[in-house]
Write a protein that binds this ligand. Sequence first.
Ligand code: GDP
Ligand code: MN
Length: 394
Amino acid sequence: MKIQEADAKQLLRAQGLPVPPGTVARSVSEADAAADMYLKDGADAVVVKAQVLVGGRGKAGGVKLARTREEADAAASAILGMSIKGITVRKILVGPAADIVKEFYLGAILDRASHRIVVMASAEGGVEIEEVAKRDPSLILRESAHPLLGLADWQARKLAFGLGLAGPRVKAFTAIAHGLVRTMLADDADLVEVNPLAIVRERDAEGNVVERLLCLDAKIVLDDSALPRHPDLEALRDLDEEDPTDVEARKHDLSFIRLDGTIGCMVNGAGLAMTTMDLVKRAGGEPANFLDIGGGARADKVASAMKLILDDSKVQAILVNIFGGITRGDEVAKGLIEARAQQSRDVPMVVRIVGTNAEEAQRLLREARFETAATLDEAAEKAVAAAKAVGGAA
Ligand code: GDP
Ligand code: MN
């Protein structure tokens, strides 16, 4: 799960990282009030930033600097409601603008290949790191954290020296690198990225110009599977930006992934769902989705799953494959009958149910005139044939 920059910065702040202050505004007047506050507080300018879960906001015009309240008003008006990569901006972050001397990239990712947290740094900051990786991968420095000992100080220093940092800035940098790793662990994140990490010029209390490192942007991707351990992080989910299908699937505790084909699949168990998709392909069809209704699914859950499948207009046939264990075949059959009574359109369906209460399921399905199949191969072939018949007639 991706979280918004303002929330990601809050998580970095909680780990003691240097992050500029900011206020989230949902309207121009809220933005004006925030800008006013920072300008009165002594900021030379404010930065107004679109809060959307995509990168490249700067390039798209979603990051603007403003020196006065009027300019801030204009920036907020321009950004709120703007579309960035197809997403409408509903919130903006307003904060004191930083005076940037140099921008770096710093990120920590969970590297599944090495099973370690890898910290990446580059002197090519501010631009999208994927572009740097494509142009010249040697510009990205990497150090992997030991699973028990973490990122060693010498590794963090090596990155700092690699970026050309020297003097007291090395220590500031290593503290931030360690903070990123801490954030990864504390919040069960898959990615914590600060781009840019910037050297900024500021005035201290006596009015002297000082430079320091500051996290000007933050991107965090949390591990979905770990969210049950973090109810406070789950609350950061931004429903404004989620695919309504995903929201619906999560509400009913279904694992659902939409694909491009025409055969809707309803299966219990992730492994069985994969196998079912394979067999659909072998029978010459293309699955329209991956759907695991989970163990012990009852009738209402089956009906919700059916609705998700049918909401996809590409679906021309449905294959139901249930291996009853904890899940009872008769419950699934009841769910299918209930779902068909309510469903928005009529699509050929082939059902294969084996295992717990399969006989009762067969009886119910026969009575309701469902097409059934004894084996998975047969079910896949029938579903593909039915979809082709529909497709051909259309
Ligand atoms: P992204 O484009 O979505 O990654 O958004 P960023 O927050 O990284 O902002 C993009 C760029 O805007 C940064 O690389 C900076 O060059 C610039 N920027 C962001 N915040 C500030 C700021 O406070 N002051 C100045 N001068 N530039 C900023
Ligand atoms: Mn950025």
